[in-house]
Design a binder for this molecule. Structure first.
Ligand SMILES: [Zn+2]
Length: 180
């Protein structure tokens, strides 16, 4: 599925009243705080933003964000790819006081008429970003020890494949095409 660029400024309450769903991609360059915290983006963020009202009349944003990023392993400093995934339910509020009374099923989104959707997505990705990231034991050091760009790929001769869930997934995905 091809997605267009995510809208920047939105009127969250108006969209919620109309039950609008917004989808799009967002480049790391649009998220300077995230951009500074990672080595590189593997792909732009994919965003699904569903605006709606709940049974108590709150203006709700159900936000799903996925972004593959590259960070540095804190142990070997080699590149490490992470999937940042965030699913949140935000309630559009005017004040901090309202936020203190908010039901715990929601996170507060304190905003005026216009909401910077890029910044909301960036905040969620920063929350999803682990403070410290490490390779698994079998992978750590491989990327910096081997000059080949595909060093991060599972190596059947060296790495114990059963320890890597991605190897299993890749095998499952490849199986049907190999048979046909
Ligand atoms: Zn490492």
């Amino acid at each position: 599925m091809t997605l267009g660029a995510l809208p920047h400024m939105v009127e969250a309450r108006t969209l919620a009243a109309r039950e609008v769903t917004v989808e799009g991609t967002l480049q790391a360059a649009r998220m300077p705080r995230l951009d500074a915290a990672i080595v590189a983006a593997v792909a732009p963020a994919r965003v699904h933003a569903q605006f709606c009202r709940d049974e108590e009349g709150r203006y709700i944003l159900k936000l799903s964000v996925h972004m593959a990023v590259r960070v540095a392993c804190q142990r070997c400093l080699g590149p490490l790819e992470l999937d940042l995934v965030s699913d949140s339910q935000l309630a559009a509020l005017w004040t901090d006081e309202q936020a203190q009374q908010l039901s715990s099923r929601y996170d507060p989104l304190i905003t005026g008429d216009e909401t910077d959707l890029w910044q909301v997505v960036e905040d969620e990705l920063l929350l999803a970003l682990p403070a410290f990231s490490y390779h698994s034991d079998s992978q750590c050091g491989l990327a910096t020890g081997v000059a080949q760009p595909d060093a991060a790929e599972p190596d059947e001769t060296d790495a114990p494949a059963r320890d890597n869930p991605f190897t299993v997934l890749a095998a499952l995905k490849n199986e049907p095409s190999e048979r046909s």
